[in-house]
Design a protein around this ligand. Sequence first.
Ligand SMILES: NC(=O)c1ccc[n+]([C@@H]2O[C@H](COP(=O)([O-])OP(=O)(O)OC[C@H]3O[C@@H](n4cnc5c(N)ncnc54)[C@H](OP(=O)(O)O)[C@@H]3O)[C@@H](O)[C@H]2O)c1
Length: 322
Amino acid sequence: MRLLVLGGTKFLGRATVDAALARGHDVTLFNRGQTNPELYPAVEKIRGDRTEDLSALGGSEWDAVLDMATFLPRAVRLSVEALRGVTRYVYISSVSAYAAHSTPEEQVEGAPVEELDDPGAEDLEHYGALKAVCESIVDGAFGDRALIVRPGLIVGPHDPTDRFTYWPRRIAAGGHVLAPGAPQDPVQFVDVRDLGDWIVRATENGLSGVYNATGEVMTFQEFLDKCLRVTGSEARLTWVPSDYLLGEGVEEWMGVPLWIASPGWQAANSVPVSKATAAGLTFRPLAETIADTLAWDAQRELPRAEGVGLSPEREQELLARA
Ligand SMILES: NC(=O)c1ccc[n+]([C@@H]2O[C@H](COP(=O)([O-])OP(=O)(O)OC[C@H]3O[C@@H](n4cnc5c(N)ncnc54)[C@H](OP(=O)(O)O)[C@@H]3O)[C@@H](O)[C@H]2O)c1
């Protein structure tokens, strides 16, 4: 296929381009040339700012456009307009588009999505609602030629957010580790390479409609035990109840990565994925994701994300008082 990738050089876009090239597709990248411009020297690159002007794209000679990384409706409006002659439009949305997250059923494809209360909003606070608006623009323009992918937490090498990366790194460092909540609490994420590969195969197969795309649910205990095994660490875990952490003002999700405790979000780590797995989404062994993430982290090209995870001092202070 001739694939036009809007983005393609940071994290999920990068893994998707890797998969597309590995599967023999003819890839064109459209981006500003600011993020990792040295990547893919043999790939055709068209430069431009998608929020302003897509005229550099010219015609619509592609079999599919893979729209990797925007939550701005005006950017999506510009691209569906410029690319209306393309056969297929794949838009990467998010499970954050769902209106509610307290049960898995509220996050099944077809469940209600967020509504945008402020039509002028373009900030991360409205991320889920903006993603939902972007989806509806793509759906309105491409109908059954549109594939909407809703990922959950995406993890693995080149992850700029460090949320998943915190855990393998923390366990590898050893010592006394604060494990949040209860051992049976769910966690859920997808390896960026599994997701990128599936996006390409789903595009090849002409899949259309909405698909959640994240990993199978596992317990926090299973996840941390796997980190212990892969790293060979002798770290000691102490499970610290969510109520105590919330009372201490610890921030969910970022302050202690992957930990969610607030009412209304109980099922954020329990998103149904059977529709995507029936359509070919597969998962590599967790041990591989952990090992590859650690290997990447040890020689990372990115600075560490700020405000993600507990500092060693804060962790020990919380443990001492728990
Ligand atoms: N991370 C998660 O856990 C998670 C979870 C759910 C959903 N998602 C979604 O998954 C996607 C991940 O995106 P990614 O950042 O990994 O994608 P990516 O395609 O790897 O990287 C972002 C690309 O966008 C380009 N870009 C940024 N601003 C641009 C502009 N104004 N005009 C043209 N190109 C522009 C960047 O290049 P230049 O800077 O060179 O322009 C870069 O190539 C997003 O849609 C996100 O909402 C993520």
